[in-house]
Design a protein around this ligand. Structure first.
Ligand SMILES: [Zn+2]
Ligand SMILES: [Zn+2]
Ligand SMILES: [Zn+2]
Length: 254
């Protein structure tokens, strides 16, 4: 499968509106970050998204994402959810509803905020997204692909990361339970939250991300959900072997 990093930015994106720090003014495209999300393309041609951030439309155009067979939601914070309306383009292209997955609390929040996208009767118009809600806790299948939810703590909320094959995506994490660590054994690729250098109560900072990456022990770890405090080259220079700063548009085979 192929993992496409649609966005690796935190909730404000980089550059931040009104900021003139050196990262925000940088010419390096790796310092331009849209809100965090990935697309995973399978060998059988199907494609899954993890989250639909507010930049989904631009990300899909940029990366030529032409189909979506399912969406895995980590949680309902605006920077992970608010591009949901753009799923209607894929419903229109595919002429069918799209199944979406999350834990129970997140799914309730999504259906509450975007009730119009979950019609109770069959739809044949695609001017709105038409989605099918599924609450998940254990391994499930989407379009022929097995997906394992990995519960993680985001401050006081339990949200989901996801494992697909030997790749796992854990954004917006502050703690990981031993039971969830068991679901992360033998990874080739880990995508991991890394907000900034300073401590934050609901995210990993650089030091904590490195410690968790080493504990989880994936062959390679890629840091995501970064604020403008993290300049790409400066951060890359201080990361241990096997841990990398990701950037928008990065594509990796797994
Ligand atoms: Zn976030
Ligand atoms: Zn800045
Ligand atoms: Zn969040």
């Amino acid at each position: 499968m192929e993992v496409v990093f649609l966005g690796v930015g935190s909730s404000a994106g980089t550059p931040v509106i009104g900021c003139s720090c050196s990262t925000c003014l940088s010419d390096d495209p790796r310092n331009r970050r849209t809100r965090s999300s990935i697309a995973v393309t399978m060998k059988n041609g199907t494609a899954l998204l993890v989250d639909t951030g507010p930049d989904l439309r631009q990300q899909a155009l940029r990366e030529k994402i032409l189909r979506v067979d399912g969406v895995l939601y980590t949680h309902y914070h605006a920077d992970h959810l608010n591009g949901l309306d753009d799923l209607r383009s894929f419903c229109h292209l595919q002429r069918q509803p799209i199944p979406v997955y999350a834990n129970e609390a997140t799914m309730q929040g999504i259906v509450q905020r975007f009730a119009y996208a979950f019609p109770s009767h069959e739809q044949h118009h695609w001017d709105k997204p038409v989605l099918r809600a599924h609450s998940v806790a254990e391994t499930f299948e989407v379009a022929g692909t097995a997906v394992t939810p990995v519960p993680v703590m985001h401050g006081k909320y339990e949200i989901l990361g996801y494992r697909i094959g030997n790749m796992a995506y854990l954004t917006d994490v502050s703690d990981i339970s031993p039971a969830s660590l068991d679901r992360l054994q033998g990874l080739d690729m880990l995508l991991l939250d890394c907000l900034r250098y300073r401590f934050h109560p609901t995210h990993l900072n650089v030091e904590q991300a490195i410690t968790w990456a080493e504990k989880i022990g994936a062959r390679e770890t890629f840091l995501v959900h970064m604020t403008h405090e993290l300049e790409f080259s400066a951060l890359s220079a201080r990361l241990p072997t096997g841990i990398y700063a990701a950037y928008d548009g990065l594509r990796l085979q797994c």
